[in-house]
Design a protein around this ligand. Structure first.
Ligand code: B12
Ligand code: SF4
Length: 481
C-alpha cells in the first residue's frame, strides 16, 4: 500500500491580524478516513507537532519549525503528500511547505487542496503535481486508488493540473450523499495535545474548553456577494441525517468532548431536520454554539427555546449592514425588522447573541457605515447583542472581489493584506470614491470607544460572561468588537 502523509501547514500572523487559533483538522481527517483502507495514511498537523511561536518583526509564525517538518518527512518518506491550503492569507506558508517536501521527498507526488486551492487552483498547480478543488474526500480516494493501480489521472473529477504549461480544471466535486462518508478519523489525532494547546478554538466564544468544530450539512443556496462558500461547498444544500449527526456527536463524547461548535454554512436552513437534531441531542447534555453564524430570519422564539434546552449556549447571526439598500446590494436578502425580532427573542429566551457587521463595501457612503455602527451600538444596548464589527474583505472568488478588481477599488491582495484587512483593528483593503482607509480608520476609532462603553455596560449587566472570557486566558477581548 502507498504511504500518504496529510499536512496542515504552519500559519503566519501579523500585528493587525485576527487571533491565531489551533483547530482540529476536520477536513484532513475526513479524507484520511476515506483512504485508510487503501493506503498507510498519517497526519502532520504543524499547528500541533513541535508547536512553537516565533516572532520576527511584526510577523509571528505559529507551528512546527522547518527542522521538525523536514524530520517528519524524512522519517515517513511518503509516496503521496497532501497539503492543505486552509486560508488565502496562508498561501505563503503552503508554498514554503511544498518547498520543504520537494527538498526532502523529491520522489513524492504532491497534492494540494483546501479553500484557497479551490479559489485559485492555477497558483497551486504551479507548485503541486495536482490540485483538488471543492470537497476532497472522494477525489482524494480516487486519486490514491488510481495512483496505486498505475492508472492515468487526467479525467478524474475534482482535480486541476498543468498540461504543457496550461491549466486544466476538471469539474469541481461536491458530495451528494454526506451520510455515505465515514466519520472523520479522530483516532489518528492525539486528542490530548489539542486539548492542552491554549490556542485551541480561542475565538470560539465561551465554549473553547475541550471543544470541537463539527458540520452537519454543507452548502448554501444564498448568493451574498462577499462570500465564497459556493466555491468551497457549492450552492446545493446537502445535509447529514439527524441519526448520523447523533452518531457523530456520541462518538466525540467518547473522547470526553462536551462542547461543540456547529460550523455549518447554513445550519438552520431545513427547520424540520434541525428540530429533529435538537430532539436527538437534548438527552446528551452537551453545550454548543454557532460561531460561524446562522441566518436571523430562520429563528423564532419557540425554536430558540428548543435550542436552549438542547444545550445551545451562544448564537451568532450575520447582520452585515444597518442600511437596507446596502443589504440589497450585497444580495444578503435580510429583513432588518426580522433581525430585531430575533434579537429580542434571544434576550427573552436568555441566549447569548453575537452579530457580525461589515463596513467598507463598494456602494457604501460614510453615512451608511455610521448607520451600521449605530445599529451595532443600539443592538448591544437594547438586546445585549455582542458586536463583531469587521472591515469588508475582498475574498478571492467572490463577486465582491471581481467588482473591486474591475473598478480598481483594490490593488494586489497579499497574505499580509488579507490577514490584516478584515478586523476592526486592521487596515482596509477596499477604497472607493466615497471613502479611503483613513475615513474608515477614523470612523472605527470613534465607534470602538462607543462600543467599549457599551461593552462595559453589558459587563455590568452580565458580569459572569465577561469575567469568564477575560480570565479563561483563551479569549482575546478584541474579539468582542
Ligand atoms: C471553522 C472555520 C474556521 C476556524 C477553524 C478552521 C478550520 N478549518 O476548522 C477558525 C476560527 C480558525 C477560522 C479562521 C478564519 N477563517 Co474560517 N472557516 C471555518 C469554516 C466555517 C469551517 C471549516 C470546516 O470545519 N470545514 C469542514 C471541513 C470538512 O472542510 P475543509 O477543512 O475545508 O476541508 C475540505 C476541503 O477544503 C478539502 N481540503 C482541505 N484540505 C485539503 C488538503 C488536501 C490535500 C485535499 C486533497 C483536500 C483538502 O477537502 C476537505 C474535505 O471535504 C469554513 C467554512 C467552510 N464551510 O468550510 C471557514 C473558512 C475556511 N474560513 C474562512 C476565513 C476567511 C477565515 C478567516 C480569514 C476569518 C477572519 N476574518 O479572521 C480566519 C483565518 C485567519 C488567518 N489569518 O489565516 C474562509 C476561507 C476563504 C479563504 N479563501 O481564505 C472560509 C472558507 C469561509 C468563507 N467562505 O468565508 N475559520
Ligand atoms: S454569507 Fe451566509 S447566507 Fe450568504 S452565501 Fe455565505 S453562507 Fe450563505
Amino acid at each position: 500500500m502507498l504511504k500518504v502523509l496529510l499536512i496542515n501547514p504552519p500559519q503566519y500572523y501579523y500585528k493587525g491580524s485576527s487571533m491565531f487559533n489551533v483547530y482540529f483538522p476536520i477536513g484532513l481527517i475526513s479524507m484520511a478516513s476515506m483512504i485508510e483502507k487503501i493506503s498507510h495514511v498519517r497526519l502532520l498537523d504543524c499547528l500541533i507537532e513541535g508547536f512553537r511561536k516565533e516572532r520576527t518583526g511584526d510577523r509571528t509564525r505559529y507551528g512546527s519549525s522547518k527542522q521538525t517538518i523536514e524530520g517528519e518527512l524524512s522519517k515517513q518518506m511518503p509516496d503521496i503528500i497532501g497539503i492543505s491550503a486552509p486560508f488565502s492569507a496562508q498561501k505563503g506558508s503552503v508554498f514554503e511547505t511544498v518547498d520543504l517536501c520537494r527538498k526532502v521527498c523529491p520522489q513524492a507526488i504532491i497534492v494540494i487542496g483546501g479553500p484557497d486551492a479551490t479559489v485559485q487552483p492555477g497558483e497551486y498547480a504551479k507548485i503541486g503535481d495536482y490540485v483538488i478543488t471543492g470537497e476532497g474526500e472522494i477525489t482524494l480516494y480516487e486519486l490514491v486508488k488510481r495512483i496505486s493501480n498505475g492508472e492515468h489521472l487526467c479525467d478524474t473529477d475534482g482535480i486541476a493540473f498543468l498540461k504543457a504549461g496550461r491549466l486544466v480544471c476538471n469539474k469541481t466535486r461536491y458530495i451528494d450523499d454526506l451520510d455515505g462518508l465515514p466519520l472523520p478519523a479522530y483516532h489518528l489525532l492525539d486528542m490530548k495535545r489539542y486539548f492542552s494547546n491554549k490556542y485551541l478554538y480561542r475565538n470560539r466564544s465561551i465554549l473553547s474548553d475541550r471543544s470541537i468544530s463539527i458540520q452537519t450539512s454543507r452548502g448554501c443556496p444564498y448568493s451574498c456577494t462577499f462570500c465564497s462558500i459556493h466555491l468551497h461547498t457549492g450552492r446545493i444544500y446537502r445535509a447529514h441525517s439527524p441519526e448520523y449527526v447523533l452518531r457523530h456527536i456520541r462518538h466525540l463524547i467518547s473522547y470526553g468532548i462536551r462542547n461543540f461548535h456547529f460550523e455549518d454554512d447554513n445550519l438552520t436552513l431545513d427547520r424540520n431536520r434541525f428540530e429533529q437534531i435538537l430532539s436527538l441531542i437534548y438527552p446528551l447534555g452537551i453545550n454548543w454554539d454557532t460561531p460561524n453564524g446562522v441566518r436571523a430570519d430562520t429563528l423564532d422564539y419557540s425554536l430558540l427555546l428548543k435550542m436552549k434546552s438542547a444545550g445551545c449556549k451562544a448564537l451568532t447571526i450575520a447582520i452585515e449592514s444597518g442600511e437596507p439598500r446596502v443589504l440589497r446590494q450585497i444580495k444578503k436578502n435580510l429583513d432588518l425588522r426580522k433581525v430585531e425580532e430575533t434579537a429580542s427573542s434571544c434576550k427573552r429566551a436568555g441566549l447569548r447573541l453575537s452579530a457580525f457587521y461589515m463596513i467598507g463595501l463598494p456602494g457604501e457612503t460614510i453615512s451608511d457605515m455610521k448607520t451600521t455602527a449605530d445599529l451595532a451600538v443600539r443592538m448591544l444596548d437594547e438586546y445585549d447583542v455582542i458586536p463583531n464589527l469587521n472591515i469588508a474583505t475582498p475574498l478571492i472568488g467572490t463577486e465582491l472581489y471581481d467588482l473591486c478588481k474591475e473598478k480598481k477599488y483594490i490593488s494586489e491582495v497579499s497574505d499580509q493584506g488579507l490577514s490584516e484587512g478584515t478586523q476592526i483593528y486592521g487596515t482596509p483593503l477596499i477604497t472607493t470614491d466615497e471613502f479611503g482607509s483613513e475615513d474608515i480608520g477614523n470612523l472605527l476609532k470613534y465607534y470602538k470607544r462607543r462600543l467599549a462603553i457599551g461593552i462595559m455596560k453589558f459587563a455590568a449587566r452580565h458580569p459572569f460572561t465577561i469575567v469568564r472570557s477575560a480570565f479563561s486566558g483563551k479569549t482575546d477581548l478584541r474579539s468582542l468588537f
